[in-house]
Write a protein that binds this ligand. Structure first.
Ligand SMILES: [Zn+2]
Ligand SMILES: [Zn+2]
Ligand SMILES: [Zn+2]
Length: 377
């Protein structure tokens, strides 16, 4: 039986799919019909309060005949004002993305005040229709799914910021954020329980958390974390970076003096050690040299110990005292014969290596003395 002017309301699938809530386009009156399906709840709402909830699937005719089933609702609809707003809510979970509009100022002991922005995804569902309607419709004045979702995202950002604040109190700094995203997600999820209960929502999952910070802070953090991973000091780290940069330059020579110098310096060090290994004599054969008053002394080039001026090897560390090499024309440093650059000041040492036969070229050589190829080709 359908009465004139009465209407049947159903949340059609096209509208329903991605919406957690739907408000009926007009207020319902006595004799209207409300269809509630398995996965939805209908909430009758008036004057800032929920009058009734229908969450069992059925087609409900709002007539006085149904008073035994609908109870108070019929009482309200047949009273002085015979209408109610109706909101449909979905029971299933929804996925949403959140992202902060305003940066969160995070005071870090090491980096000072850092503006963070957070992004991520979460899965939520309506857990308590009464709280949901009271908060979103009553307190926050949200009437569409879009408004609900906006508010939910805002609340999520607040919980993430709140969680970061709590973790900061326990000693977490910006440099620790990237390595602890999963932990932060867990903390946020835990804090969501209390926070979203008020809104009638349960947060099922937090994922894909991303915390953005200003680029210069990110760089400093990357530098620091690389050092931590390698267990090196900052100086060592910088030297390593310079070597890596030098190695990446074509031919190793195109870059600035610093990069080239460090690069060759590293090569020098390794070559030197190899020379040592080949030339080093057992300390016992030279340890018998007893420094006497009348013997001229010099400092070992490696360990600094006073050793006879004519010693070829240090009796203490075994380092050869006259390393094969040439002198840098600019700074006077000892440079290995095959070094192309002074490891100390970066000055170019010679003509390099012949591209044809690999022979060492003199600094002023225009042609290879061995194969005749023009230098620099
Ligand atoms: Zn020595
Ligand atoms: Zn030099
Ligand atoms: Zn040659």
């Amino acid at each position: 039986m359908t009465l004139i002017g009465a209407e049947t309301f159903i949340w059609d699938d096209a509208n329903k799919r991605n919406n957690v809530m739907w408000k009926l386009p007009r207020n319902v009156k006595l004799n209207d019909n409300i269809v509630v399906r398995e996965d939805e709840i209908a909430v009758f709402y008036r004057d800032g309060k929920a009058l009734a909830y229908l969450d069992r699937p059925d087609r409900y005719a709002l007539t006085s005949q149904n008073a035994p089933i609908l109870g108070n609702l019929i009482h309200f609809l047949s009273g002085v004002r015979q209408w109610a707003e109706v909101y449909y809510l979905q029971k299933r979970a929804f996925d949403a993305k959140f992202g902060s509009k305003q940066p969160y100022p995070f005071r870090d002991p090491e980096f000072g005040m850092v503006n963070l922005r957070v992004f991520g995804e979460f899965r939520y569902k309506v857990k308590d229709p009464a709280n949901f309607i009271n908060q979103f419709v009553g307190a926050l004045n949200a009437h569409t799914a879009q408004e609900v979702e906006e508010r939910t995202k805002e609340q999520m950002v607040i919980v993430v910021y709140d969680s970061l604040g709590k973790m900061k109190e326990k000693g977490m700094g910006v440099a620790d954020l990237a390595a602890n995203l999963t932990t932060i997600e867990q903390v946020v999820l835990e804090r969501c329980k209390d926070h979203f209960e008020l809104y009638g929502l349960s947060i099922e999952k937090i994922s894909g958390l991303y915390i953005n910070m200003p680029e210069e802070v990110q760089k400093a953090v990357d530098t620091r974390s690389s050092m931590t991973i390698l267990g090196t000091s900052y100086m060592q780290y910088q030297a390593g970076q310079a070597m890596r940069d030098a190695a990446q330059q074509p031919g190793g020579a195109a870059g600035g003096a610093v990069g080239a110098g460090v690069g060759v310096g590293a090569g020098f060090g390794m070559g030197y050690m190899m020379v040592d290994a080949m030339r080093q004599q057992p300390p016992s054969t030279v340890a018998t040299v007893a420094p006497a008053q009348n013997i001229a002394l010099k400092a070992c080039i490696a360990c600094g110990m006073q050793i006879p001026a004519d010693a070829s090897f240090c009796p203490k560390c075994g380092k050869p005292q006259t390393p094969p090499g040439k002198l840098c024309a600019k700074c006077g440093a000892q440079v290995p014969v095959d070094a192309l650059f002074c490891p100390k000041c970066g000055t170019k040492m010679g003509g390099g290596v012949c591209a044809g036969c690999g022979a060492q070229l003199a600094p002023d050589a225009r042609f290879c003395p061995k194969c005749g190829r023009a230098a620099g080709q």
